[in-house]
Design a protein. Structure first.
Length: 256
């Protein structure tokens, strides 16, 4: 694989002059997790990326394979509005899909609550964590792991049938600086939208909409038709007995 230089000086010029992220991008050679870097940051907003993560993580404590410089591993410290905070995972998913589409023409499908899929394989995942502030709304850390340059052998053996990179999907490698700039540009736009627009756009790209899926919530597993995602970002499932159930979190089946 060709060298892929990655630094703030390569990202900043690709952002619009008015972007709130310009001058606030930090790239490290290695970090335990970019989420941890963002949690310690004082600058809001700020962007934290690493060439590799030694203990990258996804939702519910799952490990994220990011110990090679073959993807975009980054976290953004934000101060979202009360209306957007519960939808931030969807905001990030839409922004990541916008970036992928603009650079490659590929149209990822979205999987509730936080994944991007291409051909039913996982291209990217989002992670939202909050930072409590007494007397104020919490800050939010929006993490993104996006597979860019991996070939099959670069993924852990147990993930090779479930994961995909943009290189595999498009036949070309997108530079990390270019992808980060596209993601931040799209994120800046998405953060100006209201919940109705976010939910509408998510539904249009939601690969599970109307399909029968399984969801694991705590120790329980449910199966039903995915009806909608509500204004709190919760999944509404129509169960076989005719009842409806809403889930604030959980693991939906894979593939979507």
């Amino acid at each position: 694989m060709k060298s892929d230089p990655f630094s703030p000086s390569l990202v900043d010029p690709l952002l619009p002059p008015e972007s709130s992220f310009r001058g606030r991008i930090h790239v490290l050679a290695s970090a335990s997790s970019t989420q941890d870097l963002a949690r310690k940051a004082k600058e809001i907003p700020s962007v934290w990326a690493a060439e590799i993560q030694t203990t990258g993580r996804g939702r519910q404590g799952h490990r994220w394979a990011s110990d090679h410089p073959l993807g975009l591993w980054c976290s953004v410290l934000l101060e979202p509005t009360a209306a957007l905070l519960p939808l931030l995972s969807m905001v990030g998913s839409l922004a990541a899909a916008d970036a992928v589409r603009s650079l490659t023409g590929i149209e990822p499908l979205l999987k509730w609550p936080n994944d991007l899929l291409v051909k039913n394989r996982k291209l990217a995942g989002l992670l939202v964590e909050t930072v409590a502030r007494p007397g104020h709304l919490p800050l939010a850390i929006l993490g993104l792991g996006l597979n860019l340059a991996q070939q099959a052998a670069d993924f852990p053996r147990e993930l090779r049938s479930m994961a995909v990179s943009l290189r595999q999907a498009s036949g070309r490698t997108v530079p990390r600086a270019q992808m980060l700039a596209a993601f931040l540009d799209a994120l800046g736009t998405r953060l100006t939208q209201g919940p109705v627009e976010i939910l509408g756009d998510f539904s249009r790209h939601w690969g599970q909409h109307g399909r029968t899926i399984r969801i694991r919530s705590g120790e329980q597993e449910y199966e039903g038709r995915a009806e909608r995602v509500d204004e709190s970002g919760h999944l509404c499932l129509h169960l076989p007995d005719g009842s409806a159930r809403t889930f604030a979190s959980g693991e939906t089946d894979f593939p979507a």
